[in-house]
Ligand binder design. Structure first.
Ligand SMILES: CC(C)(COP(=O)(O)OP(=O)(O)OC[C@H]1O[C@@H](n2cnc3c(N)ncnc32)[C@H](O)[C@@H]1OP(=O)(O)O)[C@@H](O)C(=O)NCCC(=O)NCCS
Length: 206
């Protein structure tokens, strides 16, 4: 029995590996770009709604102007142009920024957006925080840790809580949210711009 960590005697090697795995959230910069681009080229999408279309668009944007591509990912003052919803409707951009989940290479992406002075979100915005981990690095605790780190950013903005939405058939995401203190608030139907599917809304008090 390990006396310093008595519980560790019962931990299997795989679980121990997961607990020890470290990631950080990095502000996307040129030094990270080759690794991020390689993940896109393997077919991963950082966008859970627009999927392959977003992957193609991002690869084209990186090719055209890498500096502008990176600048667009970090926009806490909402200086960028309007956002195009999946149905083509254009809506004003909210303040927000994206961080890349980094373990020495690009492992995923997590975004945070908010409205200044209120925790409320427009109906067409599916939650304050969204995330995706590259398929070849899932089930290592990366998303759980990335959300934990992003909650510090949300506290810094002054929000009393964040809302995160997840489809009913996404138990991995539910677990990420619940482990970070989330509570299920309601079942709802997504805005028609997203197709109106049923979804779950969770809230994490900050
Ligand atoms: C959801 C997602 C981000 C989870 O990333 P991840 O890094 O694998 O998550 P974690 O390793 O932190 O796992 C969280 C928990 O979910 C569990 N889990 C992971 N994949 C699972 C699956 N397919 N089914 C059931 N549980 C799963 C893990 O075992 C872990 O549970 P534990 O803490 O009890 O061990 C990842 O699957 C993903 O990118 N999916 C596609 C995009 C997406 O759905 N994003 C969320 C939109 S709301």
């Amino acid at each position: 029995m390990d006396r310093a960590f008595p519980g560790n005697a019962a931990i299997l090697p795989a679980q121990l590996f997961r607990r020890c795995t470290m990631i950080e959230l990095v502000k996307p910069a040129l030094e990270h770009l080759p690794s991020y681009k390689a993940a896109l080229e393997r077919g991963w999408s950082p966008d859970n709604v627009r999927l392959e279309q977003a992957t193609r668009e991002q690869l084209a944007a990186i090719e055209m102007d890498p500096v502008a591509f990176l600048a667009d990912l970090d926009d806490p003052l909402a200086k960028g142009g309007p956002i195009t919803l999946p149905d083509g409707r254009k809506v004003p951009r909210l303040p927000g920024f994206r961080r890349w989940i980094w373990d020495g290479e690009a492992s995923g992406s997590i975004g945070f957006r908010w409205q200044t002075g209120t925790a409320a979100l427009p109906r067409h915005v599916l939650g304050h925080i969204g995330y995706a981990v590259v398929p070849w690095k899932r089930r290592r605790g990366y998303a759980t840790e990335a959300l934990r780190l992003m909650l510090d950013e949300a506290r810094a903005v002054g929000l009393p809580y964040v809302e995160i939405t997840a489809k009913p058939d996404n138990p991995a995401s539910h677990k990420v949210i619940l482990t970070n203190g989330g509570k299920l608030v309601e079942r709802f139907f997504e805005d028609a711009a997203y197709g109106g599917a049923e979804s779950l809304r969770f809230r994490i008090e900050l």
